[in-house]
Design a binder for this molecule. Sequence first.
Ligand code: 5GP
Ligand code: ZN
Length: 112
Amino acid sequence: MDCLFCKIVSGEIPSTKVYEDETVFAFKDIEPQAPVHILIIPKKHITSAADITAENSSVVAHIFEVAAKIAKQEKLDDGFRIVTNCGDSAGQSVKHLHFHLMGGREFTWPAG
Ligand code: 5GP
Ligand code: ZN
């Protein structure tokens, strides 16, 4: 499958790894929108949040555990944002489920 983030998981495309275990991979966003901007993804390809099912949803819970761990490591004690863009109108540019973990600045709400 021609998927950019599958290639990052396999190491075919290099990335700055922040965390890895059996099911989850986290790496720095190449175009950071905040002082801390990390992408957390399932190693197994899931296209988007619209494809989360009873069969694959446990990895999403694990991703949020990993996010909390990374946020502590990165000292984001004042707060952080976790975002997943799902589909074209939400601006999902890479069709492999990913959660943006962002921190180190103030965020506005609602997001534009
Ligand atoms: P989306 O727009 O799909 O929500 O998020 C995709 C993210 O992937 C963007 O923030 C973009 O900067 C990041 N990105 C795209 N290509 C690469 C890449 O080759 N390496 C890394 N580390 N991040 C990438
Ligand atoms: Zn993929």
